[in-house]
Write a protein that binds this ligand. Sequence first.
Ligand code: HEM
Ligand code: NAG
Ligand code: NAG
Ligand code: NAG
Ligand code: NAG
Length: 362
Amino acid sequence: MASSTSTLSLFHLFLFIFSSSVLLTQSQAPPPITQGLSFTFYDSKCPKLESIIRANLKKAFKKDIGLAAGLLRVHFHDCFVQGCDGSVLLDGSASGPSEKDAPPNLTLRPSAFKAINDLRAAIDKKCGRVVSCADVAALAARDSVFLSGGPDYKVPLGRRDGLSFATRDATLASLPAPTSNVTVLLKALSKLNLNADDLVALSGGHTIGIGHCSSFSDRLYPSRDSTMDQSFAKNLYSTCPTSTSSNTTVLDLRSPNAFDNNYFVDLVNRQGLFTSDQDLYSDARTREIVKRFAADERLFFERFAASIVKMGQLSVLTGKQGEIRENCSVRNGRKVDGDDDEEEEGIWSLVDDEVVQSLAFE
Ligand code: HEM
Ligand SMILES: *[C@@H]1O[C@H](CO)[C@@H](O)[C@H](O)[C@H]1NC(C)=O
Ligand SMILES: *[C@@H]1O[C@H](CO)[C@@H](O)[C@H](O)[C@H]1NC(C)=O
Ligand SMILES: *[C@@H]1O[C@H](CO)[C@@H](O)[C@H](O)[C@H]1NC(C)=O
Ligand SMILES: *[C@@H]1O[C@H](CO)[C@@H](O)[C@H](O)[C@H]1NC(C)=O
């Protein structure tokens, strides 16, 4: 009897150690910085860069706090689709404003694209055209988090802007659907060297912003997802009376515009909006991480900052790769008058072929 009890408690002790040391495997050390990026990249070229962005966004969020969510999501999409190279900002990108009805609805807020162009205009006025659109997007995402109440963190800089946008198929293949379960999400993120800790921390981005009925109607129709809280479901049925209604609702019902750990409290209460949210709590591989973040906002902030810095360096272009786009919505050299130098003309003709090729797959 005694021996089986002690075996049992040893087993529990083991489980405890296992869950606290293995489920959050990353060390506390900040993630490594990719060669070519640095925290001091613009220190001499544009010393006021970060204060220009923060001051402008602070003003913009006073008028429209939803813009913060829009900007955070733009950075996520940019990084997941062919790397953080600003390609998502290009007109014609499958997740940009030109393909509003791509299934699943990948539409990003038009106000976020405009805000990035406005920021670039303000930056260029002070520093000239030295800061990439991809860096502006990364900094705007950081300030969206911070100005909504989340952690402040340093962003490694020096990204260059890509020369081609992702095709619709590439975009669909790179972004996990909100109907995904944890198995699918872990597989998608592992291709980007992101693990279960990163998945849960980054999903915490859903502590701000909104979603359309089409993104979660799979949980309502033809029948209610049994993992969903009943009164929460009742509200969603009234927001989305049919599977095709186009209303929106908030991603974090407890504090929809504040960057905090309430998203995880929602999940523990089975009030996550998407399957991809709620399954983080249903699935044993991620449940303990959700519970820890729900109980400890500081831990969530620390992990979110580490994971988004990691995400923000996915397949970046550096050095002489790519370009510094003049207008974040279009590649250089597209203008009628054109200020192209020879080097860029050279890259141009090369890239044109690539674009033509990738378009052929659409
Ligand atoms: C893990 C996989 C993810 C999935 C499946 C996913 C899916 C979605 C979907 C479907 C929407 C709503 C679209 C709509 O119906 O209008 C959304 C919104 C949003 N997502 Fe994600 N997302 C994921 C990860 C992330 C990450 C990593 C971040 C940032 C760190 C993020 C930040 C946001 C934000 C801020 C919004 C609200 C946007 C707005 O209000 O305009 N998401 N996401
Ligand atoms: C897609 O999203 C946009 C705005 O983000 C919205 O106006 C549009 O109705 C949505 N389309 C569908 C089919 O849900
Ligand atoms: C997760 O989703 C995939 C694809 O829809 C499915 O094949 C798989 O059975 C699901 N896994 C679990 C554990 O539900
Ligand atoms: C949602 O849209 C329907 C029409 O599809 C409308 O009748 C209803 O009032 C809307 N509900 C909310 C809460 O916005
Ligand atoms: C940038 O390009 C977009 C799309 O072509 C255009 O609508 C916009 O006016 C341009 N912005 C500037 C500042 O040139």
